[in-house]
Write a protein that binds this ligand. Structure first.
Ligand SMILES: NC(=O)c1ccc[n+]([C@@H]2O[C@H](COP(=O)([O-])OP(=O)(O)OC[C@H]3O[C@@H](n4cnc5c(N)ncnc54)[C@H](OP(=O)(O)O)[C@@H]3O)[C@@H](O)[C@H]2O)c1
Length: 252
């Protein structure tokens, strides 16, 4: 980063599509912001951003990725706000447990739960020397609270992420109150993940009709609306350590 006036640093997992892409656009609209994208493919080119290629299934690469951000950081003394958004997520395997592929099951927990924890660990050490607030946002789901037929791994990983959020909040308040963490459920957002759900058979996912109806009735939210609501939450100072937010309740 060679921008002397950067005040807001956003590290976002995956900005190539869906909610992550909209989040990067909203974050870059914040004056004096810089976005670091951790994505397995190169996203669209924008100014004020760095892309680090990483497959989050390969968790050994997360620590070295943060070292690369440090190498890129030339000016950190003016940072008032450093944010990690654990956005990347994977739904597969979508099937009752007896029909699931071993590799997909392991990858689901790795990407949805293990990687965000390892990212939080490295973000803590990376950002601790910086002035200002350091916040972690874990993107969760309604599936962390209610069981969905065929989503056992996804629901378990998101429920685990909710609990990790609460435990980290307790730790931060004691160890370093300049840190805070929250879980954010984006609601039903019109992305490739929803398309994948609608393409399931009833055998894979018993509630598929409900999701077809959400699309057909226009009830899915555009990713830009979810992203704007989240960045507004981060900017307006309402962010409470350990809280679980539902973006549907925050949108205007
Ligand atoms: N859409 C919804 O209705 C909804 C509802 C509740 C929660 N969420 C959550 O919102 C977040 C964003 O999802 P979305 O709706 O934007 O879905 P999406 O369009 O499918 O995006 C998911 C992103 O995760 C990335 N990803 C998956 N596996 C990865 C891996 N191994 N390494 C690196 N990146 C990986 C994908 O990267 P590639 O682009 O490289 O494939 C993709 O960009 C997820 O955490 C999801 O669980 C979404």
């Amino acid at each position: 980063m060679n921008q002397p006036s950067v005040e807001h640093l956003y590290v976002i997992t995956v900005t190539t599509r869906g909610i992550g892409k909209a989040l990067a656009a909203s974050a870059l609209a914040v004056p004096n912001s810089f976005v670091v994208s951790l994505s397995r493919t190169a996203p669209f080119l924008w100014n004020n951003r760095q892309n680090i290629r990483i497959d989050l299934n390969d968790t050994d690469r997360i620590g070295p990725a943060f070292k690369r951000i440090q190498i890129g950081l030339r000016q950190t003394s003016r940072l008032t706000h450093t944010v990690l958004i654990n956005n990347a997520g994977v739904l597969d395997p979508i099937a009752p447990i007896g029909d699931c592929d071993d590799t997909l099951l392991a990858r689901n927990i790795q990407v949805n739960l293990t990687a965000p924890l390892i990212l939080a660990h490295h973000f803590f050490h990376f950002s601790r020397p910086f002035p200002g607030r350091k916040w972690i946002v874990n993107i969760t789901s309604g599936a962390s609270r209610a069981p969905y037929y065929g989503w056992s791994a996804y629901g378990a990983a998101k429920a685990g992420l909710d609990m990790a959020t609460r435990a980290m909040a307790m730790e931060f308040s004691r160890i370093d109150p300049t840190f805070a963490v929250c879980a954010v459920a984006p609601g039903t957002v019109d992305t490739a993940m929803q398309e994948k759900i609608r393409n399931c058979t009833v055998q894979q996912f018993a509630q598929v009709d409900k999701f077809l109806e959400l699309k057909n009735s226009g009830a899915l939210h555009p990713p830009e609306r979810a992203a704007t609501a989240l960045i507004r939450l981060l900017m307006d100072g309402q962010f409470k350590n350990g809280e679980r937010y539902d973006l549907r309740e925050l949108r205007q």
